[in-house]
Structure formats: C-alpha cells, structure tokens
Design a binder for this molecule. Structure first.
Ligand SMILES: Nc1ncnc2c1ncn2[C@@H]1O[C@H](COP(=O)(O)OP(=O)(O)OP(=O)(O)O)[C@@H](O)[C@H]1O
Ligand SMILES: [Mg+2]
Length: 319
C-alpha cells in the first residue's frame, strides 16, 4: 500500500505521513469533514499527532486562507483564559491599558484550535458553551456585543468521557465539541507508521544514513509511550550517536523489552520493588499521564491506580 505523504508547510512546518491503514482512514475522514463546519474533537495520547490532524482539517477547509488560532487551554493561567478567549476593553481590569481582541475574534471565519480542552475548569466550560451555542458575547469590560463565525477543533489526551462520568467535564459541552470525533491511535498500534515515519525523519536529517535490520526490529518492538514526538527525539539522537552510516540498536537508547535477568528466584518483596520501579519510571516517561503509563505497561488504568495506592502514593488524578 502506498504511503500518504502530505507535503504542506501548514502541517507543523514539515511533511506529514500516514502509512498505516488506521491513519490513512483518519486522514481521509479529516479531509472529508474539513469542508463542513462541524466541530471536531480529536482524542489520543500525547505526541500521537492530534495537532497534525487538526491542522490538516483547517488546511483542507474553505477557511484555510483565514486564521488558524491556537489556544492551549492547559497553559493559560485561570485568570487569563477568559480575557484571552473573549478579549477586553481598555480599563476592564488593572493593567488593561489597551483593548485587545480575544482568540474568538482573531479566528473569525477561520479555525479556533482549543488544545488540551480537558484542562478547562468547569466555570470556563460554561462560558465556552454559551459562545459555542452562537450567543454573542461581550469583551471583558465591553459594552458592544461581538459575534463570530469560527470552526472549533478541540484536542485532548485525557479521557473526556471518563471526565464527564466523574463530573469533571460538562456533558453538554462534550456533545457540542464532538459533533465529529476522531481518535488518533497510539504509535505502538500502527507498526507501519513506526517504520515509515522513522525513514522519513531520518531522511530529513541525513539521507545517507540508514537503519540496520536489528535497529528496525527494535523500533518495532518498543512501546513508544511518547508516540511520534518520542520517535523523532530517539532518531535525532541516534543520528548523532551512530558510528558509521548505519544506526544500530544500541544507538536508539532503549532496551528491547523487559529485563532478561532470571527472576525465578525473586522473593515477593523483590518483585514488588521491581514492579514499583517500572511503574514509577513509566509515569516519569509519560509526564505523570496515568492512562498512557498503564497502556505502555500493558495493565489497566485501574490496576495502575491500585498499585499507586499500595505504594502509598496519592490516588489523585494526575493527568
Ligand atoms: N503523521 C505524522 N507525520 C509526520 N509527523 C508527525 C505525524 N504525527 C505526529 N508527527 C510529529 O510528532 C510531533 C507530535 O505531534 P503533535 O504535536 O500533532 O502531537 P499531539 O497529539 O498534539 O501531542 P500533545 O498531546 O502532546 O500535544 C510533531 O513534531 C509532529 O510533527
Ligand atoms: Mg498537541
């Protein structure tokens, strides 16, 4: 099957590649829905390519010549989200020396990308819902109503359904955001992309370098908790570390699977400590993201949470 390589400066500054059947299908769906105005919710693990898909939707839409406005809902301090989204008039609060349009206004006729939407607190969720329902709004301190025509694409690496069930995310907002919903599968579930992307990334660094057969096998065997972002980092490093023009497994910087030492004589206490080490390392690697860590360890999220409680670590949601 031929790879779909999308050469577009709009896609995060480099070509995007969809080689696996699942990603080809996701990309085709993205192209198909691009022409509608439907809101799109893109879910998937960190580094899997949610933004790549979001940008593709904008690039293939009638709005492509208008603005793409990117809001990271997770990075904005709570007190700034409102003024960033809706803008403000001069004197609306201390420090507001000039008026400023919000992200909604900036994205008029274009696309507003609400990244990390799962990080938005409940109070902001209400305000967002009102605007998304088409209600004109005021800038902070404003007296003139603003109405905008924007296409919303939201993305998150959190499980919004679970958040809705837990009361952490409004159900009505969830449905409003997910008129169409897309799932970007983790890299480990699409081996065709692992190799095709590895080749693409390497050819961008230096077309003379190649992977040894055993390096290819190791790339395929690894679980890629950080997905394509991690793949890019690993290959960039390997291209520096290699001796000759070939990248060997040892240049990739991770081991092939679980430790091969003989644990048959290990005591229960030793097993627990090994397991604990593996769990904590994986959590560190996924920046505390429990769902991803659990997936990479091959256990359920519930089991992971139980283990953490057993280790005396808080059961608080971490990501
Ligand atoms: N299909 C692809 N083709 C080429 N590059 C890709 C592809 N998917 C992801 N990448 C690259 O991987 C990196 C991460 O992708 P992206 O930013 O879209 O991930 P994300 O899902 O939005 O992650 P996060 O949840 O951490 O924001 C980027 O450098 C991007 O260019
Ligand atoms: Mg992203």
């Amino acid at each position: 099957m031929e790879n779909s390589v999308v050469e577009s400066g709009l896609l995060l500054g480099g070509p995007a590649l969809f080689a696996s059947p699942r990603m080809k299908q996701t990309f085709e769906t993205a192209q198909r829905i691009a022409r509608s105005n439907a809101s799109v919710l893109i879910q998937g693990e960190s580094g899997a390519g949610k933004e790549v898909i979001a940008r593709a939707i904008h690039a293939y839409s009638m709005r492509s010549s208008k603005e793409w406005v990117d809001v990271n809902c997770g990075a904005l301090p709570e007190n700034l989200i409102e003024s960033e989204l809706f803008g403000y008039e001069r004197g609306a609060f201390s420090g507001a020396q000039n008026s400023k349009p919000g992200m909604f206004e900036l994205a008029h006729r274009g696309t507003l990308f609400l990244d990390e939407i799962g990080d938005l607190d409940l109070r902001m969720q209400v305000k967002l819902l009102r605007v998304l329902d088409g209600a004109p709004y005021y800038r902070l301190g404003g007296t003139r109503k603003v109405s905008v025509d924007v296409r919303i694409i939201a993305a998150t690496n959190r499980d919004l359904r679970e958040m809705v069930a837990d009361g952490d995310f409004r159900k009505d907002l969830y449905y409003r955001l997910s008129e169409v919903s897309l799932e970007v599968p983790p890299l480990r579930d699409r081996p065709e992309d692992i190799l095709a992307l590895s080749e693409l990334i390497l050819s961008q660094i230096d077309p003379e370098i190649s992977f040894s057969e055993s390096a290819r096998r190791r790339l395929l065997a690894y679980s890629w908790p950080g997905n394509v972002r991690e793949l890019r980092n690993v290959i960039t490093k390997a291209a520096v570390l290699r001796g000759d023009l070939e990248i060997a497994p040892e240049h990739l910087g991770f081991e092939e699977g679980p430790d091969c030492a003989d644990w048959s004589e290990a005591t229960r206490g030793e097993l627990v400590s090994i397991e604990k080490k593996a769990v904590l390392q994986m959590l560190q690697r996924t920046n505390g993201h429990r769902q991803q860590a659990a997936a990479a360890l091959g256990i359920s999220r519930r089991t992971l949470s139980r283990r953490l409680r057993e280790y005396g670590m808080s059961a608080r949601r971490s990501a």
